[in-house]
Design a protein around this ligand. Sequence first.
Ligand SMILES: NC(=O)c1ccc[n+]([C@@H]2O[C@H](COP(=O)([O-])OP(=O)(O)OC[C@H]3O[C@@H](n4cnc5c(N)ncnc54)[C@H](OP(=O)(O)O)[C@@H]3O)[C@@H](O)[C@H]2O)c1
Length: 257
Amino acid sequence: MSSYLSELFSLEGRVAVVTGGSSGIGRAIAEALGRAGASVVVIARREPELAETVAALESYGCRAASVSADLASRPGVREAAERAARPFGEPDIVVNCAGINLRPPMEEIGEAVWDTTMAVNLDAPFLLGQRFGPGMAERGYGRLIHVASQQAFRAFVTSGAYGVSKAGLVALARSQAEAWSPRGVTANALVPGFVMTPLNARLSSDPDRVSALAARTMTGRNGRTEDFAGAAVYLAGPSSAYVTGQAVFVDGGFSAH
Ligand SMILES: NC(=O)c1ccc[n+]([C@@H]2O[C@H](COP(=O)([O-])OP(=O)(O)OC[C@H]3O[C@@H](n4cnc5c(N)ncnc54)[C@H](OP(=O)(O)O)[C@@H]3O)[C@@H](O)[C@H]2O)c1
């Protein structure tokens, strides 16, 4: 990388934790941060996917480790945070990408769906922020990146509890930005459009709905996981120091009309 590009974007010497880093959008972000120079710890439940992700990162010459943990419980999140800080030290970058997508019709949403959705999609990012944000502020550099959703801003295809959790996540970025930006810690949300990943396997298997969603974008196609690489590197790196409390839409124009 030229020295000018390094000054803007290099993550050399940084430590990143990526929840949900073993699949889909999180996996692409973990690889991007690693290839931009960060040491990366990925957190998710399933061990084989974690091991495969670490191997892929290492094959690019990156330093990588994984933590298998269930972020649906508060003790699980607390323990995962401690374990994630062991391989390379306290993180400079935390990406909250682990998410679940339970979307029964509104009248069928019971307390279990509500509680699990909030636990994984909103409580875990909050707890990880409480654990790592103050240390980042003390050290004078930090990047909190939350992967939100269109449903944070508008209701469609039974947004239900999912949309509420993602709206909370966008607000969490603003609250964290307010608290810690004066000390070098930015907090932002990345907002995808529709991206074919295991998360929405059912919808992805319906070609008519997939093309209808592509037609709602301005680019004429749905998202790919690699569309998030550059945006994540930017939000994690030095050149985004003056971008905080924002929702950054990476959606092919889905939200713009
Ligand atoms: N795909 C889209 O169109 C789209 C659109 C808007 C927003 N998003 C958001 O983007 C994020 C990533 O989604 P994706 O589409 O890339 O999905 P994905 O491929 O299914 O990845 C989800 C990741 O989260 C992890 N995870 C889920 N529940 C967890 C738990 N309880 N504890 C720890 N890890 C957990 C999964 O690993 P394990 O299952 O092994 O735990 C996996 O690594 C989500 O927050 C989603 O809401 C996606």
